[in-house]
Design a protein. Structure first.
Length: 94
């Protein structure tokens, strides 16, 4: 039986400033991550999946998808993602 007991400590947790949205990335091993997302206005609202990406690829994805100033990095334990002085993710166009 597979057991998992993780938190955002040492991982990644992003929350949206205006909507009840969140994304988390929990490292399982090497390049394997558990991605959890919640979008209150979607159905299904809750999604959990494993992804295989390098740290560089994940940093690029987070910068591209969560940049722009509306996503707050509650925990960002990944090199390559820039955050501003208020802990918001800076995107490529910012």
């Amino acid at each position: 039986m597979f057991e998992l007991n993780e938190t955002e400590r040492g991982n990644i947790l992003l929350t949206h400033d205006e909507e009840f949205y969140l994304n988390s990335y929990t490292r399982l091993c090497d390049n394997r991550w558990l991605e959890v997302s919640f979008r209150s206005d979607n159905y299904p609202a809750y999604n959990v999946q494993t992804i295989n990406v390098t740290d560089t690829e994940l940093a690029a994805h987070i910068t591209r998808e969560f940049g722009g100033g509306l996503w707050y990095a509650r925990k960002m334990n990944l090199d390559g993602v820039k955050i501003d002085e208020s802990n918001h993710v800076i995107g490529y166009e910012d």
